[in-house]
Design a protein around this ligand. Structure first.
Ligand SMILES: [Zn+2]
Ligand SMILES: [Zn+2]
Length: 418
């Protein structure tokens, strides 16, 4: 920030002196303007000032809506900017015949607007996983998303206009496409945030949240996939193969596939939770300390997992949205087929017994055993990752209690694909 200020001050000084020199040496307005637009040095200075003005506006917007960035946000920003710059350079090579100052300015603006979108996404993710977020943060993020959507729409209409007017392919296709993608992501982030707020208002017991979130992400992925393909074809027909798009296209497709398989797995486990997981008996509740480890509240009724651990049914459901292992002992909560259920019950349902049964069960097929070994390796990796971060994903730290002293939904530190 300090560096930008110093740089901005120097740029402004240099430009002012160039303009002053132009007017004092030419004495009249018109010749001075001719000099300013024809001199190479003046041109570079003006260009530089324009860039500085953009960066300053960006910093200002960031400061107003987001305040100081967290370390993770800065890291992500740096990482993504480099990737984006490389991709935009690829795009620029496609449109090299349209190259102009206006094009350069639009590219710079696009980069800055994109960076704001990444930050918005990251901030919403952070708010969703953080207990007791102050009201001001909510107001800020909502107004930020409205602001971003307005910016997207303005740029989108500006780049669509020449396309509609001239009816021929130009670099405006590129900007229209980029702002369409940005606008749809903003809407998707906003709706996801609305889901989060609704769930919070229902005290974390909105059972359908996972389903709605899935459909939201599915639709947004589908829209993006469609737009990417449309753009790909448009560029291919008019310019040639758009190399910079291949990675994005592949990643959108991949995320779409992972989303579907994650969801299928989640539905499989939660579809008949009542039948799949037996109710805990009064004796079992008394034998344990009758506290649900997920929400840390007392249980009067509970569901029992194969490993023998007990949880509230709604807590278990929201846990399954993110993890498919027992919150206490990390044994996988796979949909039990008949053989394995029998074996787990036979072993007296001790913690971890299901995992062991899965690996060492006599007569289990080679493929299953290999699968379980891989799963165990993953679990161990996850456990060591959790210990490195110094936080247990099973036991929420005391600061996850919000101001009312009520427990909040726990934060997930491990990837869903576990
Ligand atoms: Zn609970
Ligand atoms: Zn367990």
């Amino acid at each position: 920030m300090i560096r930008l200020q110093t740089y901005a001050a120097f740029s402004l000084l240099a430009t002012t002196s160039a303009v002053y020199y132009a007017f004092s040496s030419r004495e009249q307005f018109y010749p001075a303007m001719v000099y300013l637009s024809s001199s190479k040095i003046c041109f570079v200075l003006l260009l530089n000032t324009g860039l500085v003005a953009m960066c300053t506006t960006w910093q200002l917007v960031k400061r107003i809506f987001l305040g100081t960035l967290r370390e993770a946000e800065v890291e992500q920003l740096n990482e993504q900017s480099w990737r984006e710059v490389v991709e935009i350079l690829f795009a620029v090579t496609i449109f090299r015949q349209d190259f102009s100052v206006a094009f350069l300015a639009m590219v710079a603006a696009l980069l800055l607007v994109k960076a704001l979108h990444w930050l918005a996404q990251k901030r919403v993710d952070y708010i969703e996983t953080t207990p007791s977020v102050p009201m001001l943060s909510h107001i800020r993020i909502v107004s930020f998303m409205v602001f971003l959507l307005a910016v997207d729409c303005i740029f989108l209409s500006r780049s669509l206009m020449p396309l509609i007017k001239n009816r021929e392919a130009s670099v405006a296709i590129f900007f229209s496409f980029e702002y369409m993608i940005l606008a749809t992501s903003t809407v998707s982030i906003f709706v996801k945030y609305v889901f989060y707020v609704s769930d919070m208002l229902m005290e974390g017991q909105w059972e359908k949240k996972a389903v709605y979130t899935f459909y939201l992400e599915l639709i947004s992925d589908l829209v993006h996939l469609f737009l990417y393909m449309l753009f790909f074809v448009a560029i291919f027909l008019n310019y040639g193969v758009p190399l910079h798009l291949i990675r994005e296209l592949y990643e959108t497709f991949r995320s779409f596939r992972i989303r579907v398989s994650d969801y299928v797995r989640y539905r499989k486990i939660t579809s008949n939770m009542n039948e799949r997981f037996p109710d805990a008996t009064a004796d079992e509740l008394n034998a344990s300390d009758a506290t649900c480890i997920i929400c840390r509240e007392e249980m009067t009724t509970a569901k029992k997992l194969l490993c023998g651990h007990l949880f509230h049914v709604h807590c278990l459901r929201s846990w399954l949205e993110r993890q498919h292992t027992c919150p206490t002992c990390r044994a996988p909560i796979v949909p039990p087929d008949n053989g394995r259920t029998a074996s787990a019950q036979q072993h007296g349902a001790q913690p971890g017994v299901q995992l062991a049964a899965g690996i060492g069960a006599p007569g289990s097929e080679g493929a299953t055993s290999e699968n379980m070994n891989r799963r165990q390796a993953k679990l161990e990796a996850a456990a060591s990752a959790a210990s490195i971060y110094g936080r247990s994903f099973a036991y929420p730290p005391t600061n996850t209690l919000n101001r009312n002293g009520k427990p909040c939904r726990i934060v997930c530190f491990l990837p869903l694909s576990l």
